[in-house]
Write a protein that binds this ligand. Sequence first.
Ligand SMILES: C[S@@+](CC[C@H](N)C(=O)[O-])C[C@H]1O[C@@H](n2cnc3c(N)ncnc32)[C@H](O)[C@@H]1O
Length: 411
Amino acid sequence: MIALQEKSNKAFLNARYDFLIICQHSINPEITLSDVNEMLLQHILTEEIFTSIFSDSQFHRENNIAKELYKVESTFFNGTTKRNILGVISHYYTVIKHRAAAIADHHDKQVFLKVIYENFYKAYNPKAADRLGIVYTPHEIVQFQIESVDYLLEKHFKKSLADEGIKILDPCTGTGTYLCDLIDYLPAHRLAYKYKNDMFANELGLLSYYIANLNIEYTYQQKMGQYEEFNHICWVDTLDNTGFGLKGTNTDLFGLSVENTERIREQNSHKISVIIGNPPYNAKQENYNLQNANRFYKEIDSRIKNSYIKQGTAQNQIVVYDMYTRFLRWATDRLKEDGIISFIINRSFIDSRTFDGFRKCLAEEFDFVYIVDTQSDVRKNPKISGTKHNVFGIQTGVAVLFLVKKKDSMH
Ligand SMILES: C[S@@+](CC[C@H](N)C(=O)[O-])C[C@H]1O[C@@H](n2cnc3c(N)ncnc32)[C@H](O)[C@@H]1O
C-alpha cells in the first residue's frame, strides 16, 4: 500500500516529507524515508491494540507525534482501504480484544504494555530490539533506585524527590517504569506540581515512546482521578541531544510548529538534579565491531575519548565505547555542578582492566560513588549458571550505581 502511494499520492508524499523533517531534527539527521515507512507501519499496527486496551485514554488524540503520524496515515488509510487491509489481520486483533476484555485493573494493563514492549518488539524487529536494549526493568529494581536516590538526596543535599524544583529525568524511558513508579511513590498532594514541572523522560523507539506516554498518563490518571497530558516526554535520541549548554534550538522548522522540538528545547533549559534509569546495552553484542553495531555519536564519543579513554592505560579500549558508558558520559555532563545519577548497568566496569580510565574519571568527577554489585556475572561464576540468578534473566552481570556530585565539595 505504501509503495503504491509513493507513485501517485501527492498528499501522502507531502505529509510524509513533513514527518521526515521532524524525525531528522528529533532523532537523527540520517533518518530516511524507509525509516518513516517503518514507523508508519508500527503506528498503524499498534493503534488498534492501544485503543482497545486504553479505550478511555486520550493519548491518541492528544500526543503530538501520534497526531503527526495520523496526518500521514489519513492521506491514504481510510474507509474501504483501511477496512480491507485490517481485515486481513483481524483475527489477531480479535484475540487481543478478547484478552483485553479480561484485563480489568491498572496493574494488568501495565503488565500488558510491558509484554507488548518486549515480546512484540522482539518478534517484530529483533535487530532493533537488541540494538536499542528493549528490556523492561523489574519493578523491585526501580523501586530500590527511587528510594535510594531519595535517601541520598536527604543525606547529601537535605532535599527530597517530592521537593519543588528537584527535577528528575529518565533519559531512556522504555515503558516509562521509573516515572510511573515515581508517580506512585510521591505524595498525592505534591504530585500535580511534580508532574507538570519536575518530571522528564526521553525515548528513541517510536513504539516504546507511545507505550511510555500511555503508561505515565494512565498511572497519573489512576492516582489523581483525572487525565492530564504529560508534556515532558520527548521523542529524541538522548545521546545526540547535547544542546543543553546552548540557549535554544530552532523550533520552527520549515514553517512547521514542532511541539516535540519545543519540548526538547524546554527540557534543555532546565537544571536537572536527578538522572535515573536503565540505559541500553547490547545483550548479543559484546564487541563494538560486531554487526548490528550502534551508530557513532560524534560529540559523546569524543567526550569519552578525552576522558575515560585518555585516563586509561590498556592498549585496546574499544569496549569502553559501550552504550552504558555513553549514557553515563552524557548524564555526567548533563548534571553539571550537582545532583545524583542512578543507573543499573553492566558490572564490567568494576574490575575489568580496560575500564581503569573510566573508574578514575568516576572517582574524580563525583564526590560519592555507591555501587551495589549484584554478583550476577554468570560467565565468571559457574555456580550461578542459568538465568534465574540475574534480575534480567541474562548472563551479563549487573550493578546498581549511585553517583553524587556536589558543587560545594571540599576537594
Ligand atoms: C533497558 S531499556 C529501559 C527499560 C525501562 N526502564 C522500562 O522499564 O521499560 C532501554 C531503553 O532505551 C531506549 N534507548 C536506546 N538508545 C536510546 C537513545 N540513544 N536515546 C533515547 N533512548 C534510547 C530503548 O529504546 C529502550 O527502550
